[in-house]
Each structure stands twice: as structure tokens, then as C-alpha cells.
Write a protein that binds this ligand. Structure first.
Ligand SMILES: Cc1cc2nc3c(=O)[nH]c(=O)nc-3n(C[C@H](O)[C@H](O)[C@H](O)COP(=O)(O)O)c2cc1C
Length: 239
């Protein structure tokens, strides 16, 4: 083969390889670049929250919570999830009420560390979405479905998690940071303080809080990049 032919062949090979790499990277991007996929990667845990003006209005945040609760799937469409959107001064008062109940249960040595989080990650934000499951609705479901009675509490937790995730991810797409907390979940006095402050029925069983606001810094803990376990250990394909 002459030198010119060899050069031409090598150039063509390089071109083909470059095209292959380019098109496969385009394909990966196209595959994980739809609005919902962007929301999935935008959602992170932000512990530093401020009450700087949000990029969207309170009415828009309310609409996001309403749409999330409305469209979240639930087993047999039982729609047992509930949410309360807490805004402005009420947000600070909510976290004061949670702190007053929670503090009583903490060893003195642990209080300062928790208080720092209350002050900078929860009450410092713009608002909080508090998630509940309706115990009455769940009981009715259990009473009417003996065959599924053992699964229903798990399905209730699953549907609530989906609702939390939709709100958290949707807020993220609007540039709003949030973190997920569970004060009062399975802790009667803290749950009672939250129910009382919000004026919700006792049958609304507390699941989680999602404080949100304009983030003060990077997601996660400072200087600790999010670690991902090898995906091949977690996802299997059987074909
Ligand atoms: C079901 C569930 C429960 C969680 N509970 C808490 C919690 O009680 N407190 C907290 O600070 N973060 C909580 N997190 C946040 C996780 O720690 C966080 O999502 C995880 O470390 C991954 O980080 P990322 O949200 O930035 O992707 C929870 C997350 C999930 C999905």
C-alpha cells in the first residue's frame, strides 16, 4: 500500500471512530435530557437555605404542590397522601414548634448540633411542605382489602415518597433548593406538635418535611461530592 493510501485509510478510520464517539455521546444526552430527566438530575439535598426571593411566586409553589398531590399514583387510586404548604413567618413558627418538642427528646450534648440545622437548613428557608398519609383512608383500604392488608402500609409509604419526590424535583427545576426531613415521624410528641401547629386532623399521620428556599451553597455536605455505587451492581438487565 502506498504511503498516500495508508494515510487516507488512517484518516478515514479516525473519522469513522470520531463519528461513532460523537453519535453515541449525542445519543446518551438525548436519552437523558427530557424535562423529567433533567428534573431527576437537578434534584439534590441543599442544607443551606435562605429566604431570598424565589424565582417563582408562592402561588406557583402552591400549584406545584397541588399538581404533585393530584397526579401522584397510589395503590388502587386510594389517594391517601396529604400535604401542607407553610410559608413566610409561619415557616419559622413551624420550626420553632418542632424544635420545642424535639429538644425535649435530645441529650443536651446533641442540642447545639441540631439547633444549627434548624436555624440554617429548615427555618431559614422560604417555606416547608409537610407530608402526611391519611390514616382513615388507609384503614378503610385495609378493612376492605383483606388480601392486601399486609402490603397497604408499604404502598402508603411508597405513594407518599412519590409525592415528596415530585415536589422536590419540580422545585429543583425552578432553581429552588430543598432537603428532606422526618421530624415527628413515629415520634408522638413531635408529631402532635406539628399537627397542632398546622391544625390538621389527628388522622393525618406525619411522614416528612421538605424545607425549601434559595440555596446558600452547593448541595450535600461541603467538600463531599456525592458518591455513586457501581451501577452494574445495582441494575441488571435480563434479555
Ligand atoms: C427516603 C429518604 C429519607 C431521607 N431522610 C433524610 C433525613 O431524615 N434527613 C436528611 O437530612 N436527609 C434525608 N434524606 C436525604 C438523603 O440523605 C439524600 O437524598 C442522599 O444522601 C442523596 O443526596 P442528594 O439528595 O443530594 O442526591 C432522605 C432521603 C430519602 C430518599
Amino acid at each position: 500500500m502506498s504511503t498516500i493510501r495508508l494515510l487516507l485509510f488512517t484518516a478515514l478510520l479516525a473519522l469513522a471512530l470520531a463519528y461513532h464517539l460523537y453519535s453515541s455521546s449525542k445519543m446518551t444526552n438525548a436519552l437523558f435530557n427530557s424535562p423529567i430527566e433533567q428534573a431527576i438530575t437537578a434534584r439534590r439535598t441543599y442544607y443551606g437555605l435562605t429566604n431570598k426571593p424565589l424565582p417563582i411566586s408562592d402561588a406557583d409553589v402552591q400549584k406545584i404542590v397541588e399538581e404533585a398531590i393530584k397526579h401522584t399514583p397510589s395503590s388502587f387510586n386510594t389517594q391517601t397522601s396529604r400535604a401542607v404548604l407553610v410559608l413566610g413567618d409561619k415557616n419559622k413558627q413551624l420550626w420553632d414548634a418542632i424544635w420545642a418538642a424535639q429538644k425535649e427528646l435530645l441529650p443536651e450534648a446533641a442540642q447545639a448540633g441540631f439547633k444549627e440545622k434548624f436555624d440554617n437548613a429548615y427555618s431559614s428557608g422560604h417555606g416547608t411542605v409537610v407530608f402526611f398519609e391519611d390514616a382513615e383512608g388507609i384503614k378503610k383500604f385495609i378493612d376492605g382489602s383483606a388480601a392486601f392488608a399486609a402490603n397497604i402500609p408499604t404502598w402508603s409509604a411508597n405513594t407518599n415518597g412519590i409525592a415528596q419526590y415530585i415536589v422536590w424535583s419540580t422545585l429543583a427545576t425552578h432553581g429552588i433548593g430543598a432537603n428532606l426531613q422526618h421530624y415527628g415521624q413515629n415520634v408522638a410528641p413531635v408529631q402532635a406538635a406539628i399537627q397542632k401547629f398546622l391544625g390538621v386532623p389527628e388522622s393525618w399521620t406525619l411522614v416528612a418535611e421538605l424545607p425549601f428556599g434559595v440555596a446558600a451553597g452547593e448541595p450535600g455536605y461541603p467538600g463531599v461530592p456525592k458518591a455513586f455505587n457501581p451501577i452494574e451492581d445495582r441494575v441488571k438487565v435480563v434479555a
